[in-house]
Each structure stands twice: as C-alpha cells, then as structure tokens.
Design a protein around this ligand. Structure first.
Ligand code: FAD
Length: 380
C-alpha cells in the first residue's frame, strides 16, 4: 500500500498549484488524476485573471494571484504568458454604477490603487471598436489580464515533481476510507493509499468526491461556451478583457482574432459539454450590439466546458468539520484559474502552519450550514 502525508484528488490547475505549494513546504504529496493533468475545466477556460470582485476575500486572493503570476517564471521556471491587458467592466444600469462606485472604494482600501473609473468615451478611446451608446460608466484595472492555463498548470506540475511530489495520471479515486470520524486512506484505480489528509480538487466533480467521504460538497456543474474568431484587425493584442457586466458577454484578443463568451442563464446544472448551436444566436445578438465589428469575423473554433458553481458563487476552501482530514479546494464558480496560484499557497500555509496570510474563513465549508451566504456578485 502506498502512503502519503496528503493526497490531492484532481490534477487541474488547482490540484497542481496545491501539490507544488505543499511540496515546497516539504510535505509528502500524492496527486491522483483520473484522466490527464489539466484535462478538466482547466483545459476549457478563457485565461482571465482579475481582481475586481465584490467580496473582499476574493479581491485579496486575486491580488495575491497577480503577484504570484508576476514572479511565476522566476519561481516555477516556466513563463505563465501573463499579459496585463487589464479588465474593462462596462456598466449599463444605474444600480450597477452605484454598486461599483462602492466597490472601487473597497478595492482602493485593500490596496488595488490602480483600479479606476472610466467614462463611456474614455472606454471607447481604450477600445475604439466598442459601441458605448448605452454605457453609463466603467471600471478598469490595468493589472488584471490574461495568462496561459496550460503553462500555469504544467509549470506547477513539473515544479511539484522536481520537489518530490508524486503526480499520477489515469488514477481514478473510487473510495475514501473514514474511521472514527477521520480520513484514513483512499482507494484508486491504481491501488490503495494510506493517508490522513485528502484534498477535494475535483472541479465540477467535487460533489461526487465529497460523497465518497460522506461530506456534502455543494458544487454543481454549469455549461459555459467559448468562441474564437479568425482575423479581426479592430481588436489589437493590447485590447483589455472587456466585460459587458449586465449580459455577461465578454471578449479578449486571442491570436489575431477575439475569444468571446457569455453565460447561458437559462440552462440548469448539466455535465453536457457539447456545443449548443442555438445559443450562439443569442450570444451573437448581444455581441454585435457591443462589438459591431464581430460581423466581419468568421468563427474559427468553439468549445464548451463546465463551471463548478456553489450556492454563493464563492470557492469552498479548507477543512470540513464533519470528517477530520477532508479538505476542500473547489467550487470556484468560474474563477478557479485566476485563484489557483494564491489558493494553492494559502491552503499549503494553512495546513502546515495552522494559519494563512489571507483569512480564508469566509470561504469555509461550514458557512453553508450556518446559512451566512453573502455571496460574490461579480460573476461572469
Ligand atoms: C468556458 C470557461 C471559461 C472559463 N474562463 C475562466 C477564466 O477566464 N478565468 C478563470 O479563472 N477561470 C475560468 N474558468 C473556470 C476555470 O476553468 C475553473 O474554475 C478551473 O479550471 C478549476 O480548476 P480545477 O483544478 O478546480 O478543476 P478541473 O480543471 O476541472 O480539474 C479537476 C480534475 O479532477 C479530476 N477528477 C474528477 N474526479 C476524479 C476522481 N474520482 N479521481 C481522480 N481525479 C478526478 C478531473 O479529471 C479533472 O481533471 C472558465 C471555465 C470555463 C468552462
């Protein structure tokens, strides 16, 4: 039987970041991934990295991730391809404008001094191809941007291995052993493992991992689409990630075209990841209004993947009370790529030192039982 101080279940960007940060602290880590590293939601994401959230802890995590991505190559020896093109949030409702004015104060108080308010004409100066006729105001943070999900995941994975972590692919976890109220081991398709700590890093499949240990992990899968166009000269490489906050339509430069997407707010939880062709019509209607130049672009490629959504659109981080040794690092609700660098580091601190630089208690699993769900509002 294999043994490990910590078993990480799931080899997406979150599991790989955690494995690296634990190994860096001298923890003996075994990561089990049933398919290939980075093949789950991580492979489907848009690469967006932002700090403009509505909950303080998410802003702090975002700022920490940006710092880690800034020094990623020095630390991990692989470039993260982090391009700070900024995030531009377009607001079209008076109530959003009021709320974002309050958020701007909070961001500045937390040290995100570079976030600033832009008028509609200023936004158009930044992105001349935008239609801003109905835009009432915008926020812009120039230190937000886009990075490479593949580079970050594989960078953490190879650095973790160099530090002695064992990362196994084709290893499906099928059972978690619990005795006397605590984790004692697990079974996988590659054999049994004796361990006293497991991390649920299974992305949209986290609920099923919780069930293996008798823990309720409230994470539901939601399908999200992405389309990438061919050449669109109106959108230069330095164009910010631009988000139409009311509709959730967003785009950013990708190659010599644009990558765009939008949430389908009418579809319930599903593990389906085929493309819903009918949805493109609705997205196009919104997209053409905001970015009329889209009319001249052809679709080069498209895909769908899964968000891993919790009831309050915030991650679940840290130990659960019901079963000692069962830890969550899941439920990122569509923000797991940008949160993975900081979350891996903070949870590794919490496990090894009993505390972390950022107070993660607002994201503890027990909040669901307590019913105190303030929630993250800036979900795209
Ligand atoms: C279209 C789209 C766009 C997105 N855009 C962004 C964005 O711009 N920025 C951002 O931050 N986030 C974005 N996201 C969200 C982001 O992709 C996820 O939050 C992030 O990838 C979660 O990483 P993860 O490691 O938790 O999960 P995953 O990458 O899903 O990894 C979980 C892994 O667990 C494995 N697993 C499951 N069950 C088992 C088992 N029983 N045994 C072993 N292994 C198991 C799976 O095979 C999988 O590889 C987007 C998502 C989608 C779908």
């Amino acid at each position: 039987m294999e043994t490990a101080d910590v078993a990480v279940i799931g080899g997406g960007v979150v599991g790989c970041s955690l494995a690296y940060h634990l190994a860096r602290r001298g923890v003996d880590v075994l990561l089990l991934e049933r398919n290939q590293l980075g093949s789950g939601s991580t492979a489907r994401n848009a690469g967006g990295v932002r700090q403009q959230f509505s909950s303080e802890v998410n802003v702090q995590i975002g700022m920490r991730s940006v710092r880690l991505l800034d020094h990623f190559e020095e630390e991990v020896e692989v470039p993260a391809d982090f391009r700070k093109v900024g995030y531009l949030m377009l607001l079209t409702r008076p109530q959003e404008v009021e709320e974002f004015h309050a958020l701007m104060e909070m961001w500045h108080r937390l040290g995100l001094a570079e976030a600033r308010w832009l008028s509609a004409p200023e936004a158009q100066q930044l992105v001349p191809a935008l239609n801003v006729e109905d835009v009432l105001g915008c926020t812009f943070c120039p230190t937000d941007g886009i990075a490479s999900p593949d580079a970050v995941t594989m960078g953490y994975a190879s650095a973790a291995r160099r530090l002695g972590a064992r990362l196994k692919q084709g290893a499906e976890v099928t059972a978690i052993e619990v005795a006397g109220g605590r984790v004692t081991g697990l079974r996988s398709s590659l054999g049994e493992v004796s361990t006293r700590v497991v991390f649920d890093c299974a992305g949209p499949w986290s609920k099923a991992i919780g069930e293996l240990a008798g823990v309720e992990v409230p994470v539901e899968p939601y399908r999200r689409h992405i389309w990438v166009t061919d050449h669109l000269p109106e959108i230069g490489r330095q164009t910010p990630m631009t988000v139409d906050f009311t509709t959730s339509f967003y785009f950013h430069p990708e190659g010599d075209g644009v990558l765009f997407g939008m949430s389908d707010r009418h579809e319930g939880p599903t593990f389906a990841t085929e493309i819903n062709e009918g949805f493109l019509e609705r997205v196009t209607e919104v997209g053409l209004h905001r970015l009329p130049a889209l009319e001249r672009a052809g679709i080069k490629t498209a895909w769908a993947g899964l968000y891993e959504v919790t009831p309050d659109h915030q991650a679940i981080l840290g130990p659960v009370e019901e079963v000692a040794g069962f830890w969550c690092a899941c439920g990122f609700s569509g923000h797991g790529f940008m949160q993975a660098p900081a979350v891996g580091e903070l949870l590794a601190q919490q496990l090894t030192e009993g505390r972390s630089d950022i107070d993660l208690s607002p994201l503890a699993h027990k909040r669901f039982a307590a019913g105190s769900l303030a929630g993250e509002k800036n979900v795209i």
